[in-house]
Write a protein that binds this ligand. Structure first.
Ligand code: F6R
Length: 252
C-alpha cells in the first residue's frame, strides 16, 4: 500500500492513497494502532457509504484476531429524527450491524443516539452529557452535501453541542435519491463543538464530488457557511484520509 502526503497550508495531515480500498484499509490500520495503544479507547462512529469499506476492513482485523475492540466504547455521530432503529435508514440499525456486533463490543460500552424518543431536545442533552462524561479519543467523520460533518449543515455555529438539526434541502435530496425512500427532515447530531472536543479526528473521503467539498473546506475561509472548515481551528488533531481522485480535485 502506498501513501503520499498532500501538502496544504490549511491542514498538516492529509494522507492520500491510490483508491477507496487502500484508503479504508489505512483508516482501519489507524484504528488498530489507537486500540493497541489505548485498549479502552472511546470512538465516535459516522455512518454512510464512505464508512462501509472502513468498517469492513476493521471487521477483517477483528476476525483475524489482529485487534480486539472489546474494551472500547462506542458513540454515534448522528441519527435521523424521528426514527426507530427498525427503519431501513436508521443509523442505529447501521451501526449495530456494521460496527457494534461485528466489532464484538460490550453492550454496556455502547452509547446509542436514538431517534425514537418523544423529547428530542432532552435526548440530545442527555447524549451530550454522556459524551462529555466519557470523552472521545477518536471521532471518525465523513463529509457530505454543503460540507456538512455529522448533520451540522451550513450556518451551524462552531460552538454547537449535540442538538436536533434541520437538514438542508441538498442533504434531503441526496438521501432521497440514494435510498429511494423519504427520510426525515431532521436529525439528532453531535454538534461541531462536540466533535472538536475529540482528542483526534479522522475524516474519510473518496472521489471527485467529495474532493469538491474538501477543496471548499481547505481553500475557502473558515466560516460557519462551511461546517467542515471548523476542523481547521484544530489542525494538529485532524487527519484526512482520502483517495487520489479526491486529492486531484484539491490540487487542481
Ligand atoms: C453520517 C454523517 C454524514 C456523512 C456524510 C457522507 O453519520 O454524519 O455527515 O458522513 O453525509 O455520507 P456518505 O458517506 O454516505 O457519502
Amino acid at each position: 500500500m502506498s501513501e503520499r502526503a498532500l501538502v496544504h497550508t490549511a491542514l498538516p495531515h492529509i494522507h492520500v492513497f491510490a483508491d477507496q480500498h487502500e484508503t479504508a484499509t489505512a483508516v482501519a490500520a489507524s484504528i488498530r494502532e489507537l486500540v493497541t495503544r489505548v485498549p479502552w479507547a472511546r470512538i465516535s462512529y459516522a455512518t454512510g457509504n464512505t464508512m462501509i469499506p472502513v468498517y469492513e476492513a476493521v471487521k477483517k482485523l477483528v476476525d483475524d484476531n489482529s485487534v480486539s475492540l472489546t474494551e472500547t466504547t462506542a458513540f454515534h455521530l448522528d441519527e435521523y429524527y424521528p426514527c426507530s432503529p427498525e427503519e431501513v435508514y436508521s443509523f442505529v440499525k447501521f451501526l449495530r450491524s456494521k460496527v457494534f456486533e461485528p466489532f464484538k463490543l460490550k453492550s454496556d460500552h455502547i452509547f446509542e443516539l436514538r431517534g425514537d424518543g418523544t423529547n428530542p431536545e432532552e435526548s440530545a442533552s442527555a447524549y451530550e452529557a454522556a459524551v462529555i462524561k466519557e470523552g472521545v479519543d477518536l471521532a471518525i467523520l465523513g463529509i457530505g452535501p454543503g460540507c456538512h460533518i455529522g448533520f451540522n449543515e451550513r450556518g451551524t455555529p462552531f460552538t454547537a453541542r449535540t442538538h436536533l438539526a434541520q437538514l438542508s434541502q441538498e442533504t434531503i435530496r441526496r438521501d432521497h435519491e440514494e435510498r429511494r425512500l423519504p427520510t426525515p427532515g431532521q436529525a439528532l447530531t453531535q454538534g461541531i463543538g462536540t466533535i472538536l472536543d475529540a482528542r483526534e479526528v479522522i475524516l474519510v473521503a473518496y472521489g471527485r464530488e467529495k474532493g469538491q467539498y474538501l477543496k471548499e473546506m481547505l481553500d475557502g475561509i473558515v466560516s460557519e457557511d462551511c461546517p467542515a472548515s471548523a476542523l481547521r481551528t484544530v489542525p494538529d488533531k485532524v487527519h484526512l484520509f482520502i483517495d487520489e481522485a479526491a486529492a486531484r480535485i484539491i490540487e487542481g
